[in-house]
Design a protein around this ligand. Structure first.
Ligand code: TRP
Length: 331
């Protein structure tokens, strides 16, 4: 089993990034050979600030490593350091019908009303993503709901290329499901996702927040006056209450049912301190490693460079056979 996954290097990392994606990576590396990368080439499909991109790429790498992604177990790198991603993407562009891209819902959402002003990069984003996984002959790709369509496209692109060339150049990757990724919502509004761009810092737990700040934010988190139910159904229409229960479940690796069984009948005055304890015991060692690593650019670059070297070796095999299959002359 070979897993490939990428994450866009956003800055201001928070609990939503950790529970939504990073924690799953840490689990996956125990179960499969993993290639994990920072999708910096994808990040430039929208207006780019170069200094912020470099800083965010390193910061995301620091967060991954601090959270338990082990560069000795997994191959960890940034996409731009492995030239094959862009090369293979070009070759795949040339065999991907425009009609397939016209169906991609994420482009429609991201380009909004100004489709003509969106970049070609944004439009072809899913083809680069296909190259990302096909280049390593991934057998499995972890997918949240928003990425299912992209994985389907990668499979279609791979099987068309294999068919056109009459050769088995690419492995068709399958979805890797390891439990639902937690959807962490704002602490101020249970209907909005926890986000780095929310103007209220009280809406999120940042990976750099210290224990007192975590405690303060959870105490201030919006809830309701009812007690916790014994069944999930009892959280219906109580988005803020449900969010705190979900966070507790995700952070302690327990099911929502188990959490409710433990806390049914208790109010938030009892529940919040337990949640705060669980969060602090998980997040404080991560924060300490994160802060130490974040300021060590040299160390981070060395780790990413080493990962890229390993990745490049694998990538090159697929890139060369693709060039060859197309009749392109190479040394
Ligand atoms: N598009 C993904 C996201 O925003 C990131 C990504 C880029 C990715 N390439 C990938 C994910 C390849 C999985 C496999 O979350």
């Amino acid at each position: 089993m070979r897993v490939v996954s990428g994450i866009q290097p956003t800055g201001n990392l928070h609990l939503g990034n950790y529970l939504g994606a990073i924690k799953n990576w840490v689990k996956m590396q125990e179960e499969a050979e993993c290639f994990f990368f920072l999708a910096d080439l994808h990040a430039i499909t929208v207006p780019n600030e170069p200094a912020a991109l470099s800083a965010n790429t390193r910061e995301m790498a620091a967060a991954l490593i601090a959270s338990g992604v082990d560069p000795d177990k997994s191959t960890l790198f940034n996409q731009a350091r492995v030239s094959g991603h862009a090369e293979l993407a070009w070759m795949l562009f040339c065999s991907t019908p425009l009609g397939w891209l016209d169906r991609m819902t994420q482009f429609k959402e991201k380009s909004g009303k100004h489709k003509q002003r969106a970049s070609m990069g944004l439009y072809s984003y899913p083809v680069l993503q296909a190259a990302d996984v096909l280049i390593y002959q991934a057998t499995h790709v972890p997918v949240g709901d928003d990425q299912k369509q992209h994985l389907e496209l990668a499979r279609d692109i791979a099987s068309k290329f294999n068919g056109d060339s009459g050769q088995d150049i690419f492995t068709l990757p399958e979805a890797y499901i390891n439990g639902p990724a937690a959807r962490v919502m704002s602490l101020r509004d249970g209907s909005a996702k926890m986000s780095k761009s929310d103007p209220s810092d009280l809406s999120r737990i940042n990976l750099s927040d210290d224990d007192d700040m975590i405690s303060k934010k959870i105490k201030k988190a919006r809830t309701d006056a009812e007690v916790l139910p014994s069944e999930i159904e009892g959280l219906e229409g109580r988005a803020e209450a449900r969010n705190l229960v979900n966070i507790y479940a995700a952070i302690t690796d327990k099911s929502t049912d188990a959490i409710l069984a433990e806390h049914a009948g208790k109010g938030f005055g009892d529940f919040k301190p337990a949640l705060i304890d669980a969060m602090i015991s998980t997040l404080s060692p991560i924060r300490e490693r994160f802060i130490a690593l974040k300021s060590d650019d040299k160390m981070l670059d060395a780790i990413l460079e080493k990962g890229a070297k390993k990745a490049q070796e694998e990538a090159q095999k697929t890139v060369e056979s693709t060039y060859k299959a197309l009749g392109l002359l190479r040394n």
